[in-house]
Design a protein around this ligand. Structure first.
Ligand code: SF4
Ligand code: URA
Length: 284
């Protein structure tokens, strides 16, 4: 339980910045705000599971002015405290950049994955890349090195990018693109990230993507596709087609880990086709 002196209040009177911030999150499609801490005496709704989130009802997300959205944060006249040492990421400023996102993350423990990771795996590659690959989350090797896609799946991804580009006569290699994940900390036993973990950490991914503003994004596997797109189908059906995250074209394809299994060689061929399509779209 943090001391009272560690808390800043979000009073109604200073609600303008908060209002803009909530509008920004709403634009990103984020429906739940992490508020750092909700005190035990904040009302009957503060069950342990709800302690880390303040839900914004759908009806309010659709409304055009977010005065109501602020009421969500302070609903029932309740003032929700925000911990100074782990504030919400700031509203996307004009001059947001990757370094600032890293700074805002700090030694992040905004979700439970922060408790078991060794290192945060932020991303790597060209910060001005025209193409960004988004994976699911770090594995054991990535957790140890602090870099994305450096294990077996990563080696396959590197080969796929380098060999496909070379074969297609494009002067692109892995360091020319940018690679990151939906969640920045390794899920224990490489389990799939939970929805709340994806939503909380997704705020950093969204900022990363908005800063880089690539010409296209490749979503590697169903988890990345789900994080970026409102998909009604699984990855097998969705792969190879263009979708959009905000105004950026997104191509879902198979995750390289899936392709490492010997019985998925057909999927490997399909994935190479998808990559070819993306590389020509971005670099022709
Ligand atoms: Fe923070 Fe993301 Fe790690 Fe969760 S996964 S602790 S939100 S950096
Ligand atoms: N799998 C992922 O989704 N991301 C990595 O960084 C490594 C393996």
């Amino acid at each position: 339980m943090p001391e009272a002196s560690n808390l800043v209040m979000a009073p109604r009177i200073e609600s303008e910045a908060l209002k803009r911030r909530i509008e920004f999150y709403r634009d990103l499609g984020i429906k739940t705000l992490w508020t750092g801490h909700i005190p035990a005496d904040s009302g009957p709704s503060s069950s342990p599971q709800k302690q880390e989130t303040a839900p914004i009802p759908d009806s309010e997300i659709q409304s055009d002015v977010s005065a109501k959205a602020i009421d969500v944060v302070t609903q029932d006249q309740r003032i929700v405290p925000i911990q100074v040492n782990s504030p919400l990421p700031p509203m996307l400023p004009e001059d947001d950049n990757l370094q600032r996102i890293v700074q805002d993350m700090g030694d992040c423990t905004r979700c439970r994955l922060g408790r078991t990771r060794q290192r945060i795996v932020f991303g790597s590659g060209n910060p001005e890349a025209l193409l960004v690959f988004v994976g699911e989350g770090p594995g054991a090797d990535e957790d140890e090195q602090g870099l994305p896609f450096v294990g077996r799946a990563g080696q396959l991804l590197t080969q796929m990018i380098d060999n496909t580009a070379a074969k297609e006569g494009l002067p692109i290699r892995r360091p020319d693109v940018y690679i990151c994940n939906v969640v920045k900390c390794r899920p224990p036993d490489n389990r799939t990230p939970e929805a709340d973990e994806m939503e909380i950490c997704g705020q950093f991914l969204f900022r990363q993507l908005m800063v880089i503003r690539p010409k296209a994004i490749v979503a590697l596997g169903g988890t990345a596709a789900k994080a970026l797109l409102d998909l009604k189908t699984g990855i097998t059906k969705a792969r190879g087609q263009w979708y959009k995250w905000r105004d950026i074209p997104v191509m879902p394809t198979y995750h390289p880990s899936y392709l490492l299994r010997p019985y998925n060689q057909n999927a490997k061929r399909e994935c190479w086709e998808d990559l070819k399509k993306v590389l020509h779209f971005v670099y022709d």
